[in-house]
Design a binder for this molecule. Structure first.
Ligand SMILES: [Zn+2]
Ligand SMILES: [Zn+2]
Length: 422
């Protein structure tokens, strides 16, 4: 966690990083932002320093370089460093044996001159993810080498990984995660980079991975892992939830309209945090080339706000951040209302699931939704975090249960009551 926090801070800081030389005014603005950020974060600022690559010494002839007869006696060459004398921003690319291509791009001074970048596919590794079945596993080793030594970048690099052939999942339930493999005293540990807002795992309609984008300041092992929820021994509900009838008619009409009128309806599907998000957007809602990004949201404040808005303090919450990007990678909102479906185990197992929208200012609002067997559907034109708020039914393997008319009860109390017959 500490690691995620510090790398997040570095990311924030790196956004404000501006070439120091000669850009005085910009420099002051950046410095202000940097200092403000550093003060807020309570950490020192980190900036990369581009190294000199001209190999020359700065020198301008002075009177001492001449004799009284104005003959030059100085052996030094006149030279004043310019931008050309320093390392520049750049890119390095490498290809793994499975034709995965990794590219790192960096700002001036982050990767030093004479470094080479290499990526290797590691096959003989095993990874265990708690409570998940691993259905896909690709581990790569990223390394930077300078003067025959492994080195780390002096700041954040943007990593772009693309696959010549999309990596297909075992089934469409697969959720893709990108982990950094951290080597600690207790062995290898996984740091989930998918939770990072800057990480994007692009999938096609079949949930196959086409491209991965992330930021890092650490080379080493990275694992792309396809995960499926492991079936746990929970008691299945006696009856499946009845389909909510009232809103179905209008939904059906809507679908019919779309199929007739729109040939360029756009649909997206992605899974994160155990929630499968499917979106259907009418023609004109998004430009061509739009992509959707779904991320797990685990921020306690956001979840608590949603629970408060839903009006049940004992409820539980699970959230995702949904966002859309145009071809150029700029975040966009739909031009008109679109239909969103969230499918999750929690919806299937619990009744009265509420959908709460939490905006960037952390304002929470309950969204009108239709709930069917294992999914909720709603319409929206503003995107950020959507939270599923649910109360846990007592046929499930949780330790706290909610019972009508009572706030909550512990499993032990419940069992005691059943035994005592009250
Ligand atoms: Zn001189
Ligand atoms: Zn120079």
């Amino acid at each position: 966690m500490k690691d995620l926090t510090s790398s997040f801070i570095q990311k924030v800081l790196s956004r404000y990083k501006v070439e120091q030389r000669k850009k005085v005014i910009l420099g002051f603005v950046a410095l202000f932002a940097l200092v403000t950020t550093a003060v807020i974060m309570g950490l020192p600022a980190i900036t990369a320093t581009p190294e000199l690559i001209c190999g020359k010494e700065e020198h301008v002839h002075t009177d001492e370089c001449y004799t009284e007869e104005k003959t030059l006696i100085c052996e030094k060459e006149e030279h004043i460093h310019t931008d050309e004398c320093y390392e520049k921003a750049g890119k390095l690319t490498s290809q793994a044996e499975d034709e995965m291509v990794a590219e790192i791009s960096y700002e001036a001074g982050v990767v030093h001159d004479g470094s080479s970048f290499s990526v290797k596919l590691l096959k003989d590794e095993l990874i265990e993810v708690e409570n998940k079945d691993v259905t896909g596993l690709h581990i790569y080793n990223l390394s930077l080498i300078r003067n025959d030594k492994f080195v780390e970048p002096d700041g954040i690099v943007d990593v772009n990984i693309s696959f010549k052939e999309a990596i297909a999942p075992k089934d469409e339930e697969t959720e893709w995660k990108l982990y950094r493999v951290e080597i600690t005293d207790e062995g290898k540990q996984l740091v989930d980079l998918t939770e990072d807002k800057e990480t994007v795992v692009h999938v096609d309609k079949k949930q196959a991975v086409t491209e991965i984008l992330f930021k890092t300041d650490t080379m080493g092992e990275y694992a792309l892992v396809g995960e499926n929820e492991r079936e746990t021994e929970t008691v299945a509900p006696e009856t499946k939830k009845p389909i909510v009838e009232n809103k179905i008619t209008s939904e059906t009409t809507k679908v019919k309209d779309e199929s007739v009128a729109n040939k360029s309806v756009k649909s997206f599907k992605q899974k994160a945090n155990g929630i499968t998000v499917s979106v259907r957007a009418n023609e004109g809602a998004f430009p061509d080339g739009t992509t959707m990004k779904v991320k797990a949201v685990k921020n306690e404040k956001v979840l608590n706000n949603a629970i408060k808005a839903a009006g049940n303090k004992k409820a539980k919450a699970k959230a995702v951040d949904i966002s859309f990007y145009n071809k150029e990678g700029k975040e966009i909102e739909p031009a008109s209302e679109i239909r969103v479906t969230m499918q999750a185990k929690e919806v299937k197992e619990n009744e009265n699931v509420k959908v709460v929208h939490v905006d960037d200012k952390n304002q929470a609002e309950v969204v009108k939704n239709t709930e069917t067997a294992d999914q909720v559907t709603f319409k929206a034109d503003e995107f950020s975090t959507y939270v599923l708020v649910y109360t846990v039914d007592f046929s499930y393997g949780e330790y706290e249960y909610s019972i009508k008319g009572e706030s909550s009860i512990m499993l032990s109390q419940l069992l005691k009551r059943i035994k005592d017959g009250c």
